[in-house]
Design a binder for this molecule. Structure first.
Ligand code: UD1
Length: 383
């Protein structure tokens, strides 16, 4: 009873103090609106990465590298919807201005290259978290230009880490790659397995991981590596020869054109919808250090599909009933990729909330909204 009375007194005292402080210094005009509806506030007014007034402690400052890319631009939308402050950099090597056009008024965007250390230092200033998505993300492109891949993915990552360390950011989360596992026969792939990278791209992503772990061990910079397994979804560029396979398949099939499978189509991937990767990044920022920092986590759906099976599913969704073309297998390709996601489930609380087929449906719907016709309409038009 006594403790209840004491609690009541404490409550009353705290409330009085709070009310008195408001009298002495009334809150800014938007305080209540921002306190309760911070995401709506940001959406309505636009906040280019400026520090908020003293009551903004619930929000954090995020730097997204590669913000105009496929995953970076999806991350930015989610963070803005949550009312966070977002700064982004991109050099438009593979990113697209249209990916951030509709949100650019709410971002602190800076056109900058990872190789420009001064620009990285400025970009990291005042940031809590760095979500490092920028990369040249293609196996065949790295085979054609290993030096270019190394510069962007290794030198660029190292520059960013130096800048993040010196700016004392709280944590860096890195878009690592399942390609690091290479062609080891064990399936599913788990994080304890030795790395066995094949392509220069895989080597560059593994080097990035090792640098992140080194910066944690040597300088105490908190880092987390997320090994992405074939992320797909809205805003993935379908138009480059180096584009991800699902963006290429879906847009070809919607146009009524035959997709090309490199090899026999029996290679498999653990295709992962982009919202799952976005959620993993945000969980990686806020999970207590003891569970996450210095570690590598698989981020996938935990579902294995061959390209032939994937085409069959896409026929059902897009309506494409034409032929499929088979071409030569690509150098540097791995045969099977399928993840054990139990470590991320255990430590990050990661759950792939959007499954493979649901993700395909959402992606097809998005390309259609962008003007891609359904296969039936496309073949009608070409007659
Ligand atoms: C992809 C990512 C890479 C990521 C890795 C692991 C892209 C461009 N690459 O590499 O960044 O680190 O997953 O998550 O997103 N294929 C076809 N026809 C096509 C295109 C590709 O058959 O038109 C085949 C390829 O030969 C390969 C498979 O599809 O066997 C997947 O290729 P791709 O989408 O380029 O991804 P990965 O090489 O697995």
């Amino acid at each position: 009873m006594q403790s209840k009375v004491a609690l009541l007194w404490c409550n009353a005292a705290a409330t009085s103090l709070f009310l008195l402080s408001l009298r002495a210094k009334p809150p800014p005009p938007n305080f209540w609106k921002r306190y309760y509806c911070s995401s709506f506030y940001v959406a309505a007014k636009g906040t280019p990465g400026q520090p908020f007034f003293p009551y903004h402690s619930a929000m954090a400052n995020y730097l997204i590298t590669g913000i105009a890319g496929f995953i970076g631009s999806n991350l930015a939308r989610t963070l803005l919807a949550r009312g966070e402050n977002v700064r982004g950099i991109d050099n438009f090597a593979t990113g697209k201005r249209e990916n951030i056009a509709e949100i650019s008024g709410r971002l602190d965007f800076r056109e900058a290259d990872l190789l420009d250390l001064d620009a990285m230092r400025q970009a990291c200033q005042g940031m809590d978290y760095v979500l490092h998505q920028a990369a040249i993300a293609s196996v065949p492109r790295s085979v054609a230009d290993p030096l270019g891949s190394n510069r962007a993915n290794v030198d660029g990552t190292l520059n960013l880490l130096v800048a993040a360390r010196d700016a004392k950011v709280k944590r860096v989360v890195f878009a690592a790659s399942s390609s690091a596992y290479g062609d080891t026969p064990t399936l599913p792939k788990h994080e304890e397995m030795p790395a066995n990278p094949i392509s220069p791209y895989a080597v560059s992503k593994l080097a990035g991981e090792l640098y992140l772990q080194s910066f944690w061990r040597v300088y105490g910079l908190e880092t987390v590596c997320l090994r992405y397994f074939n992320i797909f979804g809205p805003r993935q560029d379908p138009n480059s020869p180096y584009s991800g396979v699902l963006a290429r398949f879906i847009t070809s099939m919607l146009r009524g054109e035959q997709p090309t499978i490199f090899g026999d189509g029996e290679q498999s991937r653990d295709f992962t919808y982009v919202d799952n990767a976005v959620a993993a990044n945000l969980q990686a920022c806020t999970t207590p250090a003891a569970q996450a920092v210095g570690r590598v986590f698989n981020i996938a759906t935990g579902h294995q599909a061959t390209l032939n099976q994937t085409v069959a599913v896409l026929r059902g969704i897009t309506g494409y009933q034409g032929p499929v073309q088979y071409g030569a297998a690509r150098a540097g390709d791995i045969k099977h990729s399928f993840a054990d996601i139990s470590l991320a489930q255990k430590h990050l609380g990661y759950r792939p909330s959007v499954g493979f087929e649901d993700g395909l449906k959402r992606t097809v719907a998005w390309y259609q909204e962008q003007g891609a016709p359904m296969a039936a309409q496309a073949s009608e038009r070409s007659r």
